[in-house]
Unconditional design. Structure first.
Length: 139
């Protein structure tokens, strides 16, 4: 007896079937385990969408610091604002690891004198061994 016929015998038909299929109260068999463990082309697309979303979040956070002085306090405030958003993505399992670098190595005196702030963001999404490097500049 398959799942659909079992659910129909219980009287669960129509619009509830997709919801129950998502919740999946049944144990998985070998065929579903094989399907879940294979990579699909949509995995790459999902990684790309996450990176695009994170880039937009950096832009939104950077808007708060336009025209601010480039000192240690401002860099820490920006870094903490980004960390909160990246921890949000990590909590949902979109990110595996990240590193934010906004310090004297990315902001030499010439960048500070130009009243801009530069930084690097290293991202590693789930199911990926590659790190994505995002360089950003706030002017």
């Amino acid at each position: 007896m398959n799942r659909r016929s079992f659910l129909q015998k219980l009287g669960l038909t129509g619009t509830l079937l997709p919801l129950i299929a998502i919740l999946n109260p049944f144990t998985s068999d070998a065929k579903t385990t094989q399907v879940l463990n294979t990579k699909s082309p949509s995995d790459e697309l999902n990684h790309r969408n996450i990176i695009i979303r994170i880039k937009k979040d950096i832009e939104q956070c950077g808007e708060h610091f336009i025209g601010e002085r480039n000192n240690q306090y401002t860099r820490n405030m920006f870094s903490n604002m980004i960390k909160v958003r990246l921890d949000y993505y990590r909590s949902f399992g979109f990110l595996f690891d990240y590193t934010i670098i906004v310090d004297e190595t990315t902001n030499p005196p010439s960048v500070i004198d130009a009243n801009t702030m530069a930084g690097k963001l290293y991202l590693q999404t789930n199911n990926s061994i590659n790190w994505v490097i995002l360089d950003f500049t706030i002017t």
